[in-house]
Design a protein. Structure first.
Length: 235
């Protein structure tokens, strides 16, 4: 009978890597990750590191070479298979820089499978740095223990999103004018789903009418209070 792998200490660093992992693989770490491990965490040869790759799960590795600018980790064994993630998208209108970063982090922490930035009439963000958003989601996954990263879509205009919406995916939208309580609506429509959240200032009347015209759309309420856009996205 195979021995149960020893669980590493709670203080063990945890990193996402792009390279698919396997037992015995040597993983080169450079740049910011190397600085974090060697400079901040003071990693030494033989110290453990947890790695995940969004494909094969989470693995335990140990430092085999440590230098100032780079280091090498040797993968020892798998700790967890890649997790199964609910088929849930968050379609959210971009908001100001710091707050959209927060939305990306919370979407990852709360288990969203895909983040879709949606451009609406009242969207005030001209440009969206997708690389920065992805970096925030990776950091959130490293911190919260996820083994599957959410995907990040290119920004899409609301009209185009609705025109190509898959009929089998329920579209729950936060309706300022009222709707079914969110938990009740989602219990009634299990399966693939998405939550659509508007920008600061909400959807225009024409946009709300266009959303309601989508066969998959279900208006929901998030409670009696008016929520900020980023709070609604996390709710």
């Amino acid at each position: 009978m195979a021995a149960t792998p020893a669980w590493p200490p709670d203080s063990t660093p945890r990193l996402f890597v792009e390279t698919p992992l396997s037992q015995g693989a040597a993983v080169s770490i450079e740049g910011g990750q190397a600085h974090y491990l060697a400079g901040v965490m003071r990693l030494k040869v033989g110290d453990p590191v947890l790695l995940f790759d969004d494909q094969t799960g989470e693995w335990l590795a140990e430092a085999s070479e440590v230098r100032k600018r780079d280091l090498t980790l040797t993968v020892t064994h798998r700790m967890h298979e890649r997790e199964a993630v609910p088929d849930l998208w968050l379609c959210a209108a971009p908001i100001k820089k710091g707050r959209i970063d927060w939305v990306a982090e919370k979407a990852c922490e709360l288990g969203v499978d895909r983040l879709v930035p949606v451009l609406t009439q009242r969207t005030i963000v001209d440009r969206l740095n997708l690389d920065r958003l992805r970096a925030h989601m990776i950091e959130a996954a490293e911190q919260c223990g996820r083994t599957a990263l959410p995907s990040l879509a290119e920004p899409v205009k609301l009209a185009a999103l609705l025109a190509d919406w898959p009929a089998e995916r329920a579209l729950f939208f936060a309706d300022e004018s009222g709707g079914v309580p969110a938990a009740e609506a989602m219990r009634a429509r299990p399966g693939p789903a998405a939550i659509l959240v508007g920008p600061e200032g909400g959807f225009t009347l024409a946009e709300r009418e266009a959303i309601r015209a989508c066969p998959a759309a279900v208006g929901i309420t998030l409670g009696p209070r008016i929520l900020r856009a980023e709070t609604a996205a996390a709710a």
